[in-house]
Design a protein around this ligand. Structure first.
Ligand code: PLP
Length: 452
């Protein structure tokens, strides 16, 4: 089958996620991938690209790991499918739940499995509402997310998401979701005189009444919303606030989990333990679909004591054996190869490189990153913060210029932002980071020459 035929069939039969339908229909796919090895991915024309964003921030151990293929194949031959409904179980899901308990922060030692991030967050919402309902307090049901937060695409997670663009397919959000301004540490600590107080989590809790709030959900570092790293003390202030009012703190570690930020989990940078932690993506490095919601056995036991029947919630693929076998091997690779430490070390180099770009280009500012989760922003005038006109598509143009140079990055353009995200696989080496910075620099220069 020729490349042209592939392109035509794609246009005809495939509706792509998060892609302008018209563009796909008329132009066909921008890239058709064929293979991947390490941090590189090759398309059907034989062109090789550095994957500078680990695909969707998920290919943590890089492409083409034989160990993961073998783990999947051995498991399929041994037990291709095993349900864990109706109190059935199987070995590999038990071993994965046990492994996660040993690496998760604090007392999070019980896992509920899903097939991805949206399902994990959706499950967390149902669990916290179920908890308060069982307690005889069904009115304690509101869930507060953050503006610019991203939690997935199901009805509940779309509603919890604070990036307005992701709501374009719904006519109304699901009942009981509210949004607060992110990173308002002073407000969360109780500074009522602050101008943002009313829009802070604390301000919203005060307005709605803590007796009506079930949970707060937030990403330790907002990903899709701009790689927004919270100020020191912010997560602790939210933890304290939730404790003060008996509100569940849910952290969405879908991107930040499994070493991405230079710690196994993002919250470890700020030494807090959430009540529920949602993971996906890096748990299998994207080789197969898996997600999980983690909680303490204390919470699980409380649910058990209050429940009369089953928790009517579960996916056919909750704890799929192949996914669990791959996750176990993937975590083993992350640990044995010191990839969490490598992400931290390479991340320092990456951030230094981005700071260098900031100093050496007229249009760059706000370089930020933790581990291998980083971004840099483009401004017409970084001094005044004046952005580029939307029709210039600044970040997409720079990303397109990177692609011309065989580097894949991702523009983050929600809310008028023009950021470029950089999040290569955790196996990246010094030379790879240098190449990424060099290409990004050349691409920014090309854009500067066009617009300045
Ligand atoms: N949460 C975060 C922080 C994410 O970045 C994503 C996906 O990008 C999700 C949830 C949704 O995960 P999934 O696409 O696996 O449903």
């Amino acid at each position: 089958i020729s490349v042209e035929e592939l392109r035509e069939l794609d246009k005809k039969h495939f509706l792509h996620p998060t892609t302008p339908i018209k563009e796909q229909q008329v132009e066909g796919p921008e890239l058709i991938f064929e293979s991947g090895k390490g941090i590189r991915i090759t398309d059907v024309n034989g062109d090789e690209y550095i994957d500078g964003v680990s695909s969707l921030w998920n290919v943590n151990v890089g492409y083409g790991r034989k160990e993961l293929a073998e783990a999947a194949s051995e498991q399929i031959l041994k037990l291709s499918y095993g349900s864990s409904f109706f109190n059935q179980s199987h070995e590999v899901v038990i071993r994965l739940a046990t492994k996660l308990a040993s690496i998760a922060p604090g007392d999070l030692n019980v896992s509920f499995f899903t097939s991805g991030g949206s399902e994990s967050n959706e499950t967390a919402f149902k669990i916290v509402r179920h908890y308060w309902k069982l307690k005889g307090r069904p009115e304690k049901r509101l869930i507060i997310g953050l503006e610019n937060g991203y939690h997935g695409v199901t009805m509940g997670t779309t509603s919890a998401t604070g990036v307005p663009e992701f709501k374009n397919m719904i006519t109304e959000i699901a009942p009981g979701f509210l949004h607060a301004l992110p990173h308002q540490t002073e407000c969360e600590k109780g500074d009522k005189s602050h101008p943002n107080y009313e829009r802070s989590i604390r301000g919203i809790i005060e307005k709605e009444g803590p007796e009506n709030i079930a949970a707060v959900i937030l990403e330790p570092i907002q990903g899709v919303g701009g790689v927004n790293i919270p100020p020191e003390g912010y997560l602790k202030s939210v933890r304290d606030l939730c404790d003060e009012h008996d509100i569940f703190m849910i952290t969405d570690e879908v991107i930040t989990g499994f070493g991405r930020t230079g710690k196994m989990f993002g919250v470890e940078h700020w030494d807090i333990v959430p009540d529920l932690m949602c993971v996906a993506k890096g748990i299998t490095s994207g080789y197969v679909q898996l997600g999980a919601v983690m909680m303490s056995s204390k919470l699980r036991d409380e649910l058990a004591d209050m429940s009369e029947g089953p928790m009517f919630h579960g996916f056919t693929y909750s704890g799929h054996p192949t996914a669990c076998a791959v996750a176990l091997k993937n975590i083993e690779i992350i640990e044995n190869e010191g990839l969490v430490e490598n992400a931290r070390e390479m991340g320092e180099g990456l951030l230094k490189g981005l700071k260098y770009l900031e100093e050496n280009h007229k249009i760059t500012a706000k370089a930020r990153g933790l581990g291998l989760m980083a971004a840099i922003e483009l401004f017409k005038d970084p001094e005044t913060g004046e952005g580029f006109a939307p029709e210039l598509f600044a970040a997409p143009a720079v990303v397109a210029a990177c692609k011309q140079r065989n580097l894949i990055l991702r523009p983050l353009i929600f809310g008028g932002m023009n950021a470029v995200a950089i999040a290569p696989p955790l196996i990246s080496q010094k030379q790879d980071i240098e190449t990424i910075i060099e290409i990004l620099s050349d691409s920014i220069k090309e854009f500067e020459q066009k617009v300045l």
